[in-house]
Design a protein around this ligand. Structure first.
Ligand code: ARG
Length: 467
């Protein structure tokens, strides 16, 4: 029989033997939850001040808790704190060390509190700060896209559907499509933050506490907008983390789509864009290679972020109320999503700021593939044809051009008239790439002037995103 003295100091009272060494390792979370130490200390300070306010802690007890936690924080930051799985998790490591340092006052800190509401509070404080960092980085990326869209508002490229040349568009317009995708992600994060910013403390283990706690006071100190309304829910649900991971998965999915375009455009076959060498790597065997690794990695990392979302959903799905140890498994997927988003956004912001279009190649590609065929059909409609008839006539003209190996704009007027007598020599203006993009000058259209106006509005729209 194991020595009774080896029992856990914080909860070992009712145990007759020490935890099995493997079980101790298996159940400990300190290796990964120690990064919650700033939030754990912040939460404990607020809780201690509240306990003093309601008369549970004497002034001198509060002082020694405040000072003790300050010393512990410094030790952790200097790398001198001795984390141990004997104390299972971040909460008990810090509390045990506090009691070692300051004695009995340390033992009073946990009055009216449980690790269940403590960990839920730490996670929400952590995620709130993480959302703010991610949002700030995302805002930089959005600003970069606007800068690039303004710089390249009149650069013409082919627009694609089915990855086949469809109609000419401006590169600025394409960049602003990326902007819209990512702006919605920023809005989703902002919305999610509101539901994160609710305080579980006071729920204690699950049923609340008999001490006359002042939750509003604790919440105000921690900057929470509200206190959780139901103690069972407060300690048990991790929907706030799931919601964040879902928003993160969408953000990574958008970045992955953008990355895919950068990879395609970097290929010798497209050669639409160039990236400085610092964003690329070479091949150990093929000397000519310059690979767009940053874009590829972001595309690949969307896989782990999607996986993290599925992990959290699955961890949650079978849990009865209230807290279950399953929830300890929420941390690594959440931390990984936060880290991956921050790194990917940072890499993307720098990379997209450095992305340069190869305008001649874009233009040449837009000119090939009969990209102005729809403009010709619209021209025929403006001369009185029904759209379906116009579509058919242009189909014939495209076939004729394909036969001759030229573009539709190179076909002489006499031949065009054979296909439709309404065609006049003003048609050639319509068939230019500039004519095509400039005609789409409504809100949301690809005309250079509209892209400039949209970029201006985009700046105002990100200014309203509070971070
Ligand atoms: N390490 C635990 C977690 O991450 C803290 C809460 C433990 N609560 C408990 N009753 N065992 O969820």
């Amino acid at each position: 029989m194991a020595d009774k003295k080896q029992q856990n100091q914080l909860w070992g009272g009712r145990f007759a033997e020490a935890t099995d060494a493997f079980v101790q390792r298996f159940t400990a979370s300190v290796e990964f939850d120690k990064r919650l130490y700033p939030q754990d200390i912040e939460g404990s300070l607020a809780h201690a001040r509240m306990l003093h306010r309601i008369g549970v802690l004497e002034e001198n007890e509060l002082d020694s808790i405040v000072n003790g936690l300050a010393v512990i924080r410094e030790q952790i930051e200097r790398g001198e704190f001795d984390w141990t799985i004997a104390h299972e998790d971040v909460h008990m490591n810090i509390e045990a060390r506090l009691t070692e340092r300051i004695g009995d006052a340390g033992k009073k800190l946990h009055t009216g509190r449980s690790r269940n509401d403590q960990v839920a509070t730490d996670m929400r404080l952590y995620l709130r700060a993480a959302i703010d960092s991610i949002s700030a980085q995302l805002k930089l990326l959005l600003g970069t896209l606007i800068d690039q869209a303004e710089a390249h508002h009149a650069v013409i490229m082919p627009g694609f559907t089915h990855l086949q040349t469809a109609q000419p568009v401006t590169f600025g317009h394409h960049l602003l499509a990326w902007f819209e995708m990512l702006l919605r992600d920023a809005q989703r994060l902002r919305d999610c933050r509101q539901r994160v910013n609710v305080m579980p403390l006071g729920a204690a283990a699950l049923a609340g506490t008999g001490y006359p706690i002042d939750r509003e006071y604790t919440a105000a100190q921690l900057g929470f907008a509200a206190v959780a309304e139901n103690s069972l829910d407060a300690v048990s649900d991790r929907d706030f983390a799931i919601e964040f991971c879902a928003a993160g998965a969408l953000l990574m999915t958008h970045m992955s789509r953008i990355a895919e375009e950068v990879v395609l455009w970097m290929s010798a076959q497209f050669h639409f864009v160039e990236l400085p060498d610092r964003f690329c790597t070479g091949s150990s065997i093929m000397p000519q290679k310059k690979n767009p690794d940053v874009a590829e990695l972001v595309r690949g990392k969307s896989g782990r972020v999607n996986g993290n979302l599925i992990a959290l959903l699955t961890i949650m799905k079978g849990q009865p109320l209230a807290y279950n140890k399953d929830n300890q498994e929420d941390k690594e997927p959440l931390f990984d999503t936060v880290d991956t988003l921050l790194d990917s956004l940072r890499a993307f912001t720098d990379m997209l700021a450095a992305l340069r279009p190869v305008s001649d190649n874009m233009r040449r590609a837009a000119g090939a593939g009969f990209a102005t065929a729809t403009d010709l059909a619209d021209y025929l409609v403006s001369k009185g044809l029904a759209f379906r008839d116009a579509h058919h006539a242009v189909g014939e003209i495209v076939a004729a051009a394909a036969n001759k190996g030229c573009d539709i704009g190179d076909i002489p007027l006499a031949i065009l008239k054979n296909h439709s007598s309404v065609i006049d020599d003003d048609v050639y203006e319509v068939l230019t790439l500039e004519g095509s993009v400039s005609s789409r000058k409504h809100i949301g259209g690809t005309a250079p002037a509209q892209v400039k106006a949209a970029a201006l509005r985009a700046r105002e729209r990100i200014a309203t995103l509070e971070t």
